[in-house]
Design a protein around this ligand. Structure first.
Ligand code: IMP
Length: 430
């Protein structure tokens, strides 16, 4: 059964939206399976730029159905404003096209307040969250006191559950953080209003997708964040609170492993990260300015969700090998290769070193990285603008060697390379 999973191999922001867009053109359905509106996918279609945080970005293709799975946490206000944004751009969004799992959990104003209070209380050891209430919403889910979408089908039960939830949040805010409590009555009105608007979209996503797959329809699971932000497999505790890795797609959509066809990893040609946490190949000099950009272009390295400048560095093949392993990646898409044009020299981190020993993958996952020194292979760069390249042969020889080195050192096939910001700026490699 043809389920393709797209997953970022780094700390998010790999340019997955672009690869999703390409593959969604051939898919019947696109689905989000983890995270919430902490994600940000930018897709450019006919000079219109869409910044979507929650709705799968594949929805911009008129023939695809869009699904939000049980593994996602949903801020109803964001969902409704994205529905509006898409409709205003002439994209059809209605309950026969967008399906939201009854088992997905809600993010409320209470979770937002808790995220802010927790981050402030962490002081110097703060995680640098997106402040979208993600951690507190997943905490409630695991504590079995969360609010699921299905509650919206029963106004009375929803009102009761909301009241209990906001009372609990207020106790925590006041007793633990000495913070102002929330005003519950207006919030009840607000959330009951969201329920009336969103009720028609609530569906059994697992059943609908299983049925579609058994009929041979092609489904694309659209990963958010990235492998190194995975709660279990990332740079813990500097991670998000869900499982963006490929197995999270099955859990977050309610599907079995047998339906997976391809796991496509998306890797930026260099490394970026927002928020705190280890980053062995980080750079701070002129190279950093070149990689990050000034912020004047939509593709410069500033957060889609938060606007924060991203930390940048050289591509880390140690972490890439690890990502290939924990996701079971079958092929890679390399993005933003054009950004490397014009640098004097390129560096690839090919291994780590500590105490005189060499490591090809991190020995205990990617958490204790501070004691490792990156070992670099230096490579010549290229001066040419590569944005108009459409075939492998069009690329400068040094760009081809860079790609081949990654394939060789990670034992993986690179099937696509993006070379510019426009939808069509991609080289497909046979
Ligand atoms: P949270 O997901 O808001 O709790 O944030 C936890 C960590 O994940 C922080 O370092 C965030 O910057 C990072 N993060 C969450 N979502 C994304 C994303 O979509 N791209 C990049 N970083 C993210």
């Amino acid at each position: 059964m043809p389920l393709d999973i797209i997953i970022g191999t780094q700390w998010g922001d790999e340019g997955k939206g672009r690869i999703v867009d390409l593959l969604a053109a051939k898919a019947d359905a696109v689905a989000r399976y983890s995270g919430g509106d902490n994600a940000g996918h930018t897709v450019t279609v006919a000079e219109k730029i869409f910044k979507l945080h929650l709705i799968p970005s594949g929805i911009v293709h008129p023939h695809t159905q869009a699904f939000i799975g049980n593994g996602v946490v949903i801020n109803p206000s964001t969902l409704l404003s994205e529905i509006d944004q898409l409709r205003q751009a002439g994209i059809e969004v209605h309950p026969k096209r967008l399906f939201v799992s009854y088992a997905a959990h809600l993010i409320t104003a209470g979770h937002l307040a808790l995220d802010r209070a927790q981050e402030a209380a962490r002081g110097a050891s703060k995680i640098g969250t997106t402040l979208r209430g993600i951690g507190p919403a997943y905490t409630d889910k695991v504590a079995r006191q969360g609010l699921r979408m299905e509650l919206m089908n029963d106004e009375k039960r929803f009102a009761e559950a909301l009241r209990e939830h906001f009372q609990r949040v207020n106790q925590t805010l006041q007793k633990l953080f000495d913070a102002e409590p929330l005003s519950i009555e207006p919030l009840l009105e607000e959330y009951l209003g969201y329920a009336r608007s969103l009720k028609p979209y609530i569906a059994d996503v697992s059943a609908l997708l299983s049925d579609a797959l058994s009929k041979g329809k092609r489904v694309l699971a659209e990963g958010a964040q990235g492998t190194l932000l995975d709660l279990d497999h990332g740079t813990y505790p500097f991670v998000t609170s869900s499982n963006p890795t490929a197995p999270g797609a099955l859990l977050g959509l309610g599907l079995g492993a047998a339906c997976v066809d391809r796991v496509i990893g998306v890797t930026k040609a260099f490394q970026t990260r927002v928020g705190a946490g280890p980053f062995p190949t980080e750079v701070f000099d002129q190279t950093a300015q070149h990689l990050r950009g000034s912020g004047a272009n939509p593709w410069d390295e500033f957060g889609t969700t938060t606007g924060r400048p991203r930390r940048v560095g050289w591509l880390d093949l140690v972490l890439l090998r690890y990502a290939i392993r924990v996701n079971g990646i079958s092929e890679l898409a390399l993005t933003k290769l054009d950004i490397l044009s014009g640098l004097e020299e390129l560096k690839l981190c090919i291994a780590y070193q500590a105490n005189g020993k060499r490591y090809e993958v991190p020995p205990f996952g990617p958490t204790q990285l501070e004691s490792f020194q990156p070992l670099y292979k230096s490579m010549p760069a290229w001066k040419e603008n590569i944005r108009s390249c459409r075939h492998w042969e069009d690329l400068p020889a040094n760009a081809r060697s860079y790609i081949q080195q990654i394939e060789k050192l990670c034992q993986v096939r690179i099937s696509r390379v993006s070379v510019g910001p426009e939808r069509g700026d991609v080289i497909e490699i046979d």
